[in-house]
Write a protein that binds this ligand. Structure first.
Ligand code: NAD
Length: 486
C-alpha cells in the first residue's frame, strides 16, 4: 500500500558490505526476514562466516589507516554528501523500515530524516575535537591531543533500524574511526540502505563495513580480535553485560547503551490530564519498544483516577495496524518474542490483582500485534514492575508520599530515563537531584536529541551518545611532551 506522499520502493534484501564491496556470505547462508505486520517473509539476510568476518576485520584496519589520514575537509565533504543522500532517500528507507520493523510510515520517515540531521550535527561537532596546550617549562611544549581510537566493533538492535546504527556510525566516522557494524538480522535491509548512502557518498573502502550473522558468534570474533579497539553496543542488559565482560577480558573499552525501566512520577500539583496525554504519547510511540519508554507510572493518589481515565482514552484512540496504512497510529511489535513477553507480563500482573483497564489481548489478525494496554493497582511484586516491558503496556500505581515514589523509582538496578510532572520548581529540582537516571524530563517525555547526551547509570550502561560527549568514546586522549631546546 502506498500514498502519493510515500511512493513505493522495491524491497531489496541486504548484503554484506566488506572492503567497499557488496557481497553474499562465503557459504551463501541466509536467514529469512519477516514483515511483523503480516508474519510473511519479506526478504533474506546473509549470515557471515568466520572468514567473512576476518575479511571485515582486515578491511576495517585498512580503512582506519586511510580514513585517519584523510584531510578533515575531505572527510567532512564525504560525510555531508552521505547526509544529503540519506535525506534524498528518506522515503525509500522509511518504507523498508516499516516493512521490516512495523512502525507507522510517518514515524519511520521522521526517524530517517532525523538521522541525516544527526549525522550533520556530529560532522560539525567533530571539527572542534580540540586538544589543548598546557603552560610548562621554557623550551618544552606540553599538549593534549585527541586521536581516533581505531576500528570499532558496533552492535545495534532492531527498534530504531536507521537511527540506532547511525548514532554510532556518525560519531565514529566523524571522529576518524572505521567501523564494522553488526546490525540486527531483523531489520537488515534498512541498515544496508543507510550504509549504502555512506558508500555512495565516496567513503573509502573498509571505513564502514556491514555484517550480519549469528550474534553470539559474530560478537565473540569481533571483540576478541586485536584489530578492533572499541566495542559499542545497544541492546538488552544481559547481552550488554556479556559483551562488556568479553571486552574486559581483552582490556578493550566499551560503550554500553542498555535497557531501562523508566519511572514517571506524577505529583499532587501536576495537571493529570496534560500529564496523561504526554505520557501516553511517549508510552505507545514505537509500540513501547524504546529503551527510554516510560514504563512505570507512579501517580499521586489525588490525581490517580483523572490521570488513568485520560490515559485509557489516549490508548483507546490509537489505531493499531499495518504501518503502511496511513490510518495506523501504532504498528505491530517487531517480533513474536515481544508479543509473548507482553502476554506473559499482562497475565502475571492480573494474576497478582491488577485491574485491566483496556487492551491486554492480541488482535485477531496475522502479524505480531498487541493492543495498547493499561493496568492499574499493579502489585509491587508483579513482574512488569521490575522487568522492562518493551511493549505497549502501561502499569499505573498510586502513591501518597513523594519519598515513597522516589524509593520505588530508584529501587531497580536500571537507570536510563525518568520523568516527573509537577508545577513546583522546588519539587522539580528534587526529582532532578534524586532520580537515578542518565536522562530526565520534567513535564513532558522528551525524546533523544543529537545535540545532547543520552546514556544510563547503574545496569543501564555507560558512555554517552549524542552531544559533544558522543566523541569521547571514539577518541583517545594523548599527552605529548616535546622538548624543543637542546
Ligand atoms: P536480545 O537480548 O536477544 O537482543 C538484543 C539485541 O542484542 C539484538 O539486536 C540481538 O541481535 C543482539 N544480541 C543478542 N545476543 C548477542 C550477542 N551475544 N552478541 C551480540 N549481539 C547480541 O533481546 P531482543 O529479544 O532482541 O529484545 C528484547 C530486549 O532487548 C528488550 O526487552 C529490551 O530490554 C532490549 N532491547 C533494548 C534496546 C535498546 O535500545 N536499549 C533495543 C532493543 C532491545
Amino acid at each position: 500500500m502506498s500514498t502519493p506522499d510515500h511512493p513505493p520502493a522495491e524491497y531489496r534484501s541486504a548484503r554484506l558490505h566488506i572492503a567497499g564491496e557488496w557481497r553474499d556470505a562465503a557459504d551463501k547462508a541466509t536467514a529469512t526476514v519477516t514483515n511483523p505486520a503480516t508474519g510473511e517473509p519479506v526478504g533474506t539476510v546473509p549470515l557471515a562466516t568466520p572468514a567473512d568476518l576476518d575479511d571485515a576485520l582486515n578491511a576495517a584496519a585498512q580503512g582506519f589507516r586511510t580514513w585517519r589520514t584523510t584531510p578533515l575537509a575531505r572527510r567532512t565533504e564525504i560525510l555531508h554528501r552521505a547526509a544529503d543522500l540519506i535525506t534524498a532517500r528518506a522515503r525509500a528507507i522509511a518504507r523498508t523500515m516499516t516493512l521490516e520493523q512495523g512502525k507507522p510510515l510517518d514515524e519511520a520517515l521522521g526517524e530517517a530524516t532525523r538521522t541525516a540531521d544527526t549525522l550533520r550535527w556530529h560532522i560539525e561537532d567533530a571539527r572542534r575535537a580540540y586538544g589543548r596546550t598546557i603552560p610548562t617549562a621554557p623550551g618544552t611544549s606540553l599538549s593534549v591531543r585527541r586521536d581516533p581510537i581505531g576500528p570499532v566493533a558496533a552492535f545495534v538492535p532492531w527498534n530504531f533500524p536507521v537511527g540506532g546504527p547511525n548514532r554510532k556510525i556518525s560519531s565514529a566516522l566523524a571522529a576518524g574511526c572505521s567501523m564494522i557494524l553488526k546490525a540486527s538480522e531483523e531489520t537488515p535491509a534498512t541498515a544496508a540502505a543507510l550504509v549504502e548512502c555512506y558508500a555512495d557518498a565516496g567513503l573509502p573502502p573498509g571505513v564502514l563495513n556491514l555484517v550480519f550473522g549469528e550474534p553470539a558468534d559474530v560478537s565473540a570474533q569481533l571483540i576478541a580480535s586485536p584489530l578492533t579497539r572499541l566495542v559499542a553496543f545497544t541492546g538488552s542488559v544481559p547481552v550488554g553485560k556479556l559483551l562488556a565482560a568479553r571486552a574486559g577480558e581483552v582490556m578493550k573499552p566499551s560503550l554500553m547503551e542498555l535497557g531501562g525501566h523508566a519511572p514517571v512520577i506524577v505529583c499532587a500539583d501536576a495537571d493529570p490530564v496534560r500529564a496523561a496525554r504526554r505520557a501516553a504519547r511517549a508510552k505507545f510511540f514505537n509500540a513501547g519498544q524504546v529503551c527510554t519508554s516510560p514504563s512505570r507510572f507512579l501517580v499521586h493518589e489525588s490525581r490517580y483516577e483523572a490521570f488513568t481515565a485520560e490515559f485509557v482514552k489516549a490508548a483507546e484512540a490509537l489505531t493499531t495496524g499495518d504501518g503502511l496504512d496511513p490510518a495506523t497510529t501504532m504498528g505491530p511489535l517487531a517480533n513474536a518474542r515481544r508479543v509473548a513477553a507482553a502476554e506473559r507480563l499482562t497475565a502475571d500482573a492480573i494474576s497478582r490483582g491488577a485491574t485491566l483497564r483496556t487492551g491486554g489481548t492480541r488482535p485477531d489478525r496475522p502479524g505480531h500485534f498487541f493492543a495498547p494496554t493499561v493496568l492499574t493497582d499493579v502489585a509491587p511484586d508483579a513482574q512488569i514492575m521490575s522487568e522492562e516491558p518493551f511493549a505497549p503496556i502501561a502499569p499505573i500505581v498510586p502513591f501518597g508520599d513523594l519519598d515513597d515514589a522516589l524509593a520505588v523509582a530508584n529501587s531497580l538496578p536500571f537507570g536510563l530515563a525518568a520523568y516527573g510532572f509537577t508545577e513546583s520548581a522546588a519539587t522539580a529540582e528534587r526529582l532532578c537531584a534524586e532520580l537515578e537516571a542518565g536522562i530526565l524530563s520534567i513535564n513532558h517525555c522528551g525524546g533523544s536529541v543529537h545535540e545532547a547526551p543520552s546514556g544510563g547509570v547503574k545496569d543501564s550502561g555507560y558512555g554517552r551518545e549524542g552531544g559533544p560527549e558522543a566523541l569521547d568514546a571514539y577518541l583517545v586522549t594523548k599527552r605529548v611532551s616535546h622538548l624543543l631546546a637542546g
